[in-house]
Ligand binder design. Structure first.
Ligand SMILES: NC(=O)c1ccc[n+]([C@@H]2O[C@H](COP(=O)([O-])OP(=O)(O)OC[C@H]3O[C@@H](n4cnc5c(N)ncnc54)[C@H](OP(=O)(O)O)[C@@H]3O)[C@@H](O)[C@H]2O)c1
Length: 247
């Protein structure tokens, strides 16, 4: 039986991905900053493990507690919406610590075992913002674009060891906790000169033609983890799929 370790399972895409892999008969190591057993099915194939991807000691302890892993899903991420001009560099660094360096650190932590066994898959969850630029998310997009380039390059050196890497690019998912989790970080990031522009953007976001559901992402992460075709990029959700086709 295969084992998947997923980061950021307390809500949203990560939680649904954990449920999906469990439903497919896998062992699931569902990691969270604040472990909660009650959000996942009670099962001897589900383990909830504490993990903050920005903390090296937390990563080491989680990998130690998890045992052998076949698939790593780097899903944990934080959002940032605001005008770049007024975004504190400390906030930009905070976004990169989770979305970019957290993914790199987790990848480095599991690679020795995957390389030694000459098998395994790493799935990095980025965003449809990498498919076509969107306004007022410059720092967030940069943090995810970095992972697109990182993953595409890594694919070559890991192919040598039969380890696969994949990108899942979800679309806009208003039903996750993504916006509420970013609320405090975004305070004051739309100053007066940017307000009319931001209001137009908010209005268009309020009436999307299509949105991404948690189950869309869970199914695509599953497909990416089991893909044997060499495909790198997997847009997830109807809006992301449409965007990928149009670019
Ligand atoms: N929703 C969207 O519109 C959207 C669109 C495209 C891509 N994405 C990406 O999809 C992924 C999942 O987002 P979501 O929409 O499901 O949002 P979410 O409901 O906020 O879930 C994000 C998860 O990441 C966790 N997390 C944050 N910082 C962490 C850290 N330092 N270490 C470990 N876990 C951490 C959160 O845990 P806590 O509960 O501890 O905060 C939460 O479980 C993210 O990478 C996001 O960038 C989202």
């Amino acid at each position: 039986m295969k084992t998947v370790l997923i980061t950021g399972c307390s809500s949203g895409y990560g939680l649904e991905t954990a449920r999906h892999f469990h439903a497919q008969g896998w062992n699931v190591v569902a990691t969270m900053r604040t472990p909660r057993e009650d959000v996942l099915p009670r099962s001897d194939r589900v383990r909830v493990v504490a993990l903050d991807v920005t903390k090296p000691e937390s990563i080491a302890a989680a990998i130690e507690a998890s045992g052998p892993i076949d698939v790593l899903v780097n899903n944990a991420g934080i959002g940032l919406f605001g005008a770049f001009e007024v975004t504190p560099m400390a906030t930009a660094r905070e976004v990169f610590e989770t979305n970019t360096f957290g993914v790199m650190a987790m990848t480095q932590a599991v690679l020795p075992q995957l390389r030694a066994r000459r098998s395994g898959v790493i799935v990095n969850v980025t965003s449809s913002a990498t498919l076509a630029p969107m306004p007022l998310v410059a720092v967030y997009t940069a943090s995810k674009m970095a992972i697109e380039g990182f993953t595409a390059s890594l694919a070559f050196e890991l192919e040598e060891f039969d380890v696969r890497v994949k990108l899942v690019e979800p679309g806009y998912g208003p039903s996750t906790s993504f916006t509420s989790n970013g609320g405090a970080r975004m305070q004051g990031l739309i100053p007066e000169p940017y307000a009319p522009f931001a209001q137009r953007i908010f209005a268009s976001l309020g009436q999307p033609s299509a949105v991404t559901r948690e189950s869309d992402v869970a199914e695509v992460v599953w497909r990416a983890a089991n893909d044997a075709t060499g495909k790198l990029r997997f847009p997830a959700g109807p809006d992301a799929v449409a965007l990928a086709r149009s670019t």
